[in-house]
Write a protein that binds this ligand. Sequence first.
Ligand code: NAP
Length: 486
Amino acid sequence: MKALPTFDLVLFGGTGDLAMRKLLPALFRRHIAGEISTDSSIIGVARSDLSREEYLGQVETTCRSHLKQDFDEARWAEFAPKIRYQKVDAHADQDFQALAQSLLGRDSYVRVFFLSTAPDLFTAICEGLAKHRLNTPISRVVLEKPLGHDRASANAINESVGAIFTEDRVFRIDHYLGKETVQNLLALRFGNMLFEPLWGRGRIQNVQITVAEDLGVERRAEFYDRTGALRDMVQNHLLQLLCIIAMEPPASSDPAAMRDEKRKVLRALKPLAGRDVLSKTVRGQYKAGASNGEPVVGYLQEKGVPASSTTETFVALKAEIDSWRWAGVPFYLRTGKRMQERLSEIVITFEDVPVAIYERPDDARAWNRLIIQLQPEESINLGVLAKSPGAGMRLKPVDLSLDFSETFPERQLDAYERLLTDVIKGNLMLFMRRDELDAAWQWIDPIREAWEQHDERPKSYTAGSWGPAAASSMISRDGFSWSNEL
Ligand code: NAP
């Protein structure tokens, strides 16, 4: 494995949930893989007064619990000296001065500022970095989602970050794009000729994208209540997945080519506004029910959620793309918390044959479908009809399946492992460009405004179900069903 260039990774929010659960274990895994050079360093940064030993203790605990049997004592002994801790309050000038001291003489190394904090700190952090000349020419900034809460706030953040870091040094993360299956979807589409003639109107009947979580709001109630499912999930993850399915083949593997194509899709989304929003979207909020066999409280009873909250924990919507390839093909998107199971998948249903000459099952699942599953397992299945053994010509649905863990027994990279190494290498391919983000917010804002204008309150659904009945009615009006209802 080729080592990455020597880097200093300054991890703002270094004591937070994301850093502890995902980022630090991902870095340790890349160290085990032999990618992190001896001189590289990782500097955890937060407001808390912690000694280096205390911080290291927290990082070791989290790495042990996440890597389990993969935790390697000898590799940990090599990794630990790379980790430091620096107390920095985003609003305290003297803290940035101390940070600058700790990076003195290391200007020639790749420098990454990973902002794993609330977005309202992004501006203050970038200004602090610039004031103390920490933004060297080979420094990069990584911005975690959500980037703003509407188009105006996202633009304000992008303006202030952009005043300090040029666009080619800004890495806006959407960790769904780092998933192996998403890369494989690109490989499937642009590495083979097989699907291209079938990829669009006349051949594809509908596309469904589901990102369902079985968890509730957990420790993020306050943040979630301000945000809701539309801004937390649809604006970024679901729209990015839609782009990967709907984009035209890029002219090259250059990041700019792919980002151009994704932006074109977002710009071609038919605007959803006014009363149209009421028939093409469904808002939901979970009430008490059960999750994995255990009783769970409703959203309004969650700690930290106001009893009168009207925040949506579920969204289903119908998106349409005004392009020659996709006009008339509905894209149904849905996401929610406390759903029946944890499942992220894309289901592409092809048109049925025009004339059925063989006896076929009376079952909509028998239609040709391409199912790309991202969670809980990563797999790609193509459903086709085959002959049932025995006399006669009876057809039966079978799967041509690509199970990644079987086909490629080597360990797959976690999304954050891939994305962190891409940042260090300076590869922008899997990160959102500013104009993409702007186009996504431009489509999302009118939906929220219409909900407010028409006082569209979330419909309740039982925790542990697939969301409000209205979501099924929305899709059945078009003559279709959600893939789990077939
Ligand atoms: P978190 O657990 O609340 O951690 C926030 C971090 O920011 C802590 O390390 C906190 O440490 C630090 N912080 C707070 N105020 C600060 C200040 N004034 N100056 C410097 N540091 C400050 O949040 P999180 O869940 O890790 O999420 C971080 C970001 O990633 C958020 O934008 C979130 O939306 C996004 N995100 C999180 C997840 C996830 O799974 N957690 C997933 C996707 C995106 P101190 O209090 O010690 O300063």
